[in-house]
Design a protein around this ligand. Structure first.
Ligand SMILES: [Zn+2]
Length: 211
């Protein structure tokens, strides 16, 4: 079966990178770049960049038909819609109508079709049955699959667990699917530790002997 782990390495244009797991492929996809002040984070410059992103696990949708310029435009519109809807949900605001329409439009296309791979040689791993996607594999289908995942997420029990990172200046959004449901940070190594350091400094500053 395809690996079920979500998450991607994100690169800060100012330097440094960190692993960020948004908890769902569609939410990971929402962090591939953006518009306006988020344009500096853009990673999908060419249609081929989109193909490369989709080919990575857990989606592992290797395009059999090259991604078109139109599909890249549609992908960015869907990405913005997922981003907007996730933030609205995190803030418990009504979902923006435009975002809803864009997600629904993408989902209306035929999605990726899964298939079991018949292997002549038993795979060397436990539970070695593998699955792939029926060819042809097009970006439009992958976008439909992402949009459908977002619809499930927003209309399912985990919608309550869609959150923005607790750091004041961090807009990263994720779904907390952990059992305790106590996740606060985009990534501990980024905002979590920064917060701990600040709290530590604040504590020292208030101590009478100056720490
Ligand atoms: Zn953060």
């Amino acid at each position: 079966m395809r690996a079920s782990t979500t998450g991607r390495m994100l690169h800060d244009p100012k330097g440094g990178s960190f692993w960020f797991d948004a908890g769902a492929v569609c939410l990971d996809f929402a962090h591939t770049g953006g518009e306006g002040r988020y344009a500096v984070f853009e990673t999908l410059h060419e249609p081929a960049d989109l193909g490369e992103w989709l080919a990575e696990p857990p989606l592992a949708a290797v395009m059999t038909v090259p991604v078109t310029a139109r599909e890249l435009i549609a992908a960015k519109a869907l990405r913005q819609a997922i981003w907007d809807a996730a933030h609205a949900q995190a803030a418990r605001r009504p979902l923006p109508a435009e975002a809803v329409a864009t997600i629904n439009r993408a989902a209306a296309e035929a999605p990726l079709v899964p298939e079991l791979i018949h292997e002549l040689v038993p795979a060397p791993v436990v539970g070695g049955t593998t699955a792939g996607w029926v060819s042809p594999v097009r970006a439009t289908q992958a976008l439909s699959t992402l949009a459908r995942e977002m619809i499930e997420l927003l209309s399912g029990p985990l919608s309550e667990r869609i959150r923005e990172c607790a750091s004041d200046d961090c807009p990263l959004v994720f779904v907390d699917s952990s059992r305790p449901g106590a996740r606060r940070w985009c990534a501990m190594e980024r905002c979590g530790n920064r917060h701990k350091l600040r709290a530590h400094r604040a504590r020292r500053a208030t101590e009478p002997d100056g720490g």
